[in-house]
Design a protein around this ligand. Sequence first.
Ligand code: ADP
Length: 321
Amino acid sequence: MNKILDSFNLKKQADQLGVSVWRSPGFLFILLGVVIIAAMLAVYFVSRNSDSVEYLLGSEFALVIVLLVVGNSIINGINEIARANKIKTEFISIASHQLKTPLSEINWELELLSGKFADGLNEKQKELLKNVNVSNCKMIRLVNDLLDVARIDQGKLPLVSEEIDLIEMIKEVIENNKNLASSRNVKIKTRSYVQVPKIVGDRKRLLVVLDNLISNSIKYNSKKGRVDVAITPEKERVIICVKDNGVGIPKNQRKNIFSKFFRSDNVIKNQTEGTGLGLYIAKNIVLQSGGDMWFDSEEGEGSTFCFSLPLEENERYGLSD
Ligand code: ADP
């Protein structure tokens, strides 16, 4: 119901798209409907009240002109939205590139200051330097994420192809998240995984995907939380699932989970840090690698995020369908 009411709120729609009300799709749609009805009625009355063929042709010609004008207006509106979107993506890309160099310099100088030139610094000063370094690393991560988002939106996310041992990759990401897990009292179940064939993909990018799912399953977990990472080979693909018994995702927000900058209400109050970019980037990396990503979740009970990756033709299992 709210969705239907929202589609008639032309001002809200125009504000969301950053265009004037008369250029919003809702307004143009209504205008088109009104014009078509008025034109049909006009042609009907003209044809009823006049036997003149010229008259009829004239009114049909006028109708075509009006439809062309309205159609042109709709196309201009769509162009304007597409242009605004392109400018926004380019802005994010340029701003992130410009920010990356000074942030990397700060990182380099902080390393020198807390390493080679640390003599003479007292404990308080060292602690402050450490805090500055942590914040700087967060900014570098955010800038890198924004750059990836811009690359995805421009269809220019480069992926390399190399052979990957998925089990070794899972173990590496679990190891990297050990400190985060123990700081939150979350247990990651250790498994002896069945052997799966090697796949071909971009190792660095797929590490990002797995790290996002595993770190989320720790961050959005509850006290005495558990995380289980499973890998299942199928005939033509391999599926990796990360299951947690954490806070879950509210039903009405599940459709937005893979959208840019989206964070669900139930995590924002406890987990103030987060950009809502991780899953958007992760899903796009997986899609571009020929796989898919999906999830299942129940608020208060937990979530399971899965993704699939295709097996190379010669690595496919001889399993029956
Ligand atoms: P971030 O973690 O920086 O907020 P993500 O894109 O990784 O960004 O996740 C987007 C949102 O999806 C999170 O803010 C959270 O609301 C929800 N989410 C992701 N993973 C989980 C999970 N395992 N359990 C519950 N909610 C999750």
